[in-house]
Design a protein around this ligand. Sequence first.
Ligand code: OAD
Length: 246
Amino acid sequence: MSEALARAAALLRDARHATAFTGAGVSVESGIPPFRGPGGLWSRVDPAFIEIGHFLDQPEESWRRIKDIFYDHFGQAKPNAAHFGLAALEAAGRLRAVITQNIDDLHQQAGSRDVIEFHGNSRWLLCLECGRREAVRPERLATLPPRCRCGGLLKPDFVFFGEGIPEKALQRSYQEASQADLFLVIGSSGEVQPACQIPLLARNRGARIIEINPHPSNFTPAADVFLQGKATQAVSELVKELGLRN
Ligand code: OAD
């Protein structure tokens, strides 16, 4: 076992309140590409289609791309060993919550119970007229843009560029950052505001940081332990080290 893994396991074992903070990297091994870095979505697709002004101006065109990328391509992804490992840590009382920037629902599908969705969730549609939410069903996306029964435009209930963070998710994230004594940061570049502030806020309040990422990120300088590697392997090793099963 590496020395870094032993230190990370000890920090997790001793933590009073550990919180995970995840980004696109935790879902890479489920077949969902990251946004930045090698193979990143934003290196081949202009993100304007999920900019709120553009979406309102050209809903049909935006929706075609949204459906293609987020529903047809990535919609079939399944949780991987990292998602299951975090659920196992929570079930064993080693982890309080997962704050995720991901909209893919994979933490919930793996069994995590307290998931704080910083950027919303693609599994839900929101009516921009009446505020009604409904679960996405394939037939709802047969005609684009999808419309609510009130006639209003439906938007995926995840945060577009130019929109604010859902109030409840923001509050709960700040609460975790102020209460946690350990943050487990997995698969995030730390380039997107205000999400990237959450682990750093925790750190400023005295929390330790364990980071899992194959490459150094903006969080790495603040990390007490940097487990350089892929999420599935590193989380599985941590879980095993704590005597738990994935
Ligand atoms: P990024 O795409 O910016 O960063 C992904 C991170 O995952 C990088 O640091 C990679 O090195 C790392 N990574 C890649 N493969 C990995 C693996 N197998 N295991 C662990 N880590 C791996 O993703 P985020 O930081 O999540 O926002 O991006 C934040 C936000 O930017 C997203 O939520 C999204 C995007 O614009 C919105 O859509 C509002």
